[in-house]
Design a protein around this ligand. Structure first.
Ligand SMILES: Cc1cc2nc3c(=O)[nH]c(=O)nc-3n(C[C@H](O)[C@H](O)[C@H](O)COP(=O)(O)OP(=O)(O)OC[C@H]3O[C@@H](n4cnc5c(N)ncnc54)[C@H](O)[C@@H]3O)c2cc1C
Length: 254
């Protein structure tokens, strides 16, 4: 972005922008000081999606729906009044946003609601006359997932307690996104496995169960393991910031 009086002119593109097609507003991290260090010279700015020069191209993912988009910015003129915090200090704001995003993606209540849905499914669906929940192999997997969901809830309470005491959430906060997204995916996986041959159906039809929700979640949740910071990056953060392990080696400069 380049300055133009009390405006910035933005040029560039951003891929994987969730719900850009529906959004009224967008926030962007734009480079405003080209010669600054990697994490400096970035400005966090918000503006309406109706601003001239913005083009949104939907991307269809493997669920068959267009949940995210590629967004192109051509001479998009936005007022500086949209800057959050301060010019060139966007990295700090982005980290706060990411903390909220990761917390939201790993919400233990949402995971528990999904687990309860799975339990209902396993109590109502049958294979060869046997309720899914009465199959010992499936029930064993369900019990393991239930234990993890309860552990996640307890971890959520630990975070709340820390916050109420004015303490940082520390390691308890760092594991939320990784744990929650993996668990959501595993719950969807069990639903599909438990349904047997019906589990692989996705298109509309008389044998489709739960409107294909489990299959949709199984595919889309793979994306959520990536979005908001990949599982591998979460593990690095947990190791380095949470467990005080040595930083991963940097590549040698050519
Ligand atoms: C469903 C979904 C929604 C999204 N929504 C948005 C959105 O609304 N707005 C937005 O701006 N972006 C969005 N994204 C983009 C998302 O933030 C990035 O895809 C994600 O942060 C990963 O970055 P990347 O794609 O550049 O992968 P890269 O960083 O190129 O990583 C590629 C692979 O290498 C691994 N890797 C990279 N570095 C390391 C390392 N140091 N150690 C170990 N492994 C490493 C990664 O784990 C990954 O497997 C979304 C993505 C998805 C999938």
């Amino acid at each position: 972005a380049v300055e133009d009086g009390d405006h910035y002119i933005i040029n560039g593109s951003k891929i994987w922008t969730s719900t850009a097609k529906q959004a009224d507003m967008i926030f962007c991290l734009v480079r405003t000081e080209p010669n600054a260090k990697k994490h400096e010279g970035i400005t966090y700015i918000t503006f309406p999606m109706s601003t001239p020069g913005i083009e949104v191209r939907p991307l269809v993912d493997m669920t068959g729906t267009a949940n995210f988009n590629e967004v192109f910015f051509t001479d998009v003129r936005v007022p500086k009044s949209g800057v959050i915090f301060a010019p060139n200090k966007g990295w700090q704001v982005a980290n706060a946003t990411l903390t909220h995003e990761r917390g939201m993606l790993g919400d233990p209540n949402a995971t528990k609601a999904r687990l309860l849905e799975l339990i209902t499914l396993m109590k109502t669906e049958t294979v060869n006359g046997q309720r899914l929940i009465d199959n010992p192999m499936l029930r064993d997997r369900l019990m393991k997932l239930q234990a993890e969901v309860y552990a996640m809830q307890a971890n959520g309470l630990r975070i709340t307690t820390s916050r109420l005491q004015g303490q940082p959430a520390g390691l308890a906060g760092l594991i939320v996104k990784l744990q929650g997204c993996d668990l959501n995916h595993e719950i969807a996986r069990l639903a599909i496995d438990a349904l047997g041959e019906l589990g692989i159906l996705y298109e509309d039809g008389e044998h489709l169960r739960s409107g294909g929700t489990w299959q949709w979640r199984y595919m889309y949740d793979l994306g959520l393991i990536i979005g908001g910071g990949t599982a591998q990056i979460q593990k690095n953060i947990i190791a380095e910031r949470g467990l005080d392990m040595p930083r991963e080696p940097k590549l040698a400069k050519a």
